[in-house]
Ligand binder design. Structure first.
Ligand code: SF4
Length: 163
């Protein structure tokens, strides 16, 4: 079984085709958001909290406060649901390693907003189903259907989907 990364959980909620492309090493995101986010974090005054922690080569946490609160930095709230589940996944992974994570916080520095995220027992079950679905998708021989959403125009795989 392939390790599931936080980005894969994020893409699952955005577009399953994007998840498939990403996992098949068609990674075209070098431009962009991830690099931009790093810059954003550096420019923020988060003090001495640990930054960008890579765990198990699976999840890359933006930063962790007192080993209890995980922060994930996002640019906008447009794809909120995906960001929430990515963070719930981080909470679950760290708890499964014995770290007593209380909650996550989605930070939107550009909007000067933040939102607290929790992982309930029923959501944990939902998350397990999502992880199973992700394994199924990445094992498919062909990518899932194009989703035809407005944000496809900004997707790095747009040319592959709409040729
Ligand atoms: S262009 Fe649209 S359909 Fe294609 S991978 Fe991106 S989000 Fe998915």
């Amino acid at each position: 079984m392939k390790k599931i990364t936080g980005v894969m959980v994020y893409y699952h909620f955005i577009c399953k085709r994007k998840l498939w492309y990403f996992n098949n090493d068609l990674n075209m995101e070098h431009n962009s958001e991830l690099v931009g986010m790093g810059k954003l974090i550096d420019e923020n005054s988060y003090g001495r909290e640990k930054k960008s922690i890579l765990i198990d080569e699976t999840i890359n946490i933006d930063f962790l406060k007192n080993w209890k609160v995980i922060h994930e930095v996002k640019k906008s709230r447009k794809l909120d649901e995906a960001g929430k589940w990515q963070l719930k996944y981080y909470i679950w992974i760290l708890r499964s390693k014995g770290v007593k994570i209380e909650k996550g916080i989605l930070d939107y520095p550009l909007l000067r907003k933040r939102e607290e995220i929790f992982l309930t027992t029923s959501e944990e079950e939902e998350l397990m189903e999502v992880l199973g679905q992700i394994q199924n998708i990445i094992n498919m021989d062909l990518p899932p259907e194009v989703i035809n959403k407005a944000f496809c125009k900004k997707c790095s795989y747009c040319e592959l989907c709409y040729i």
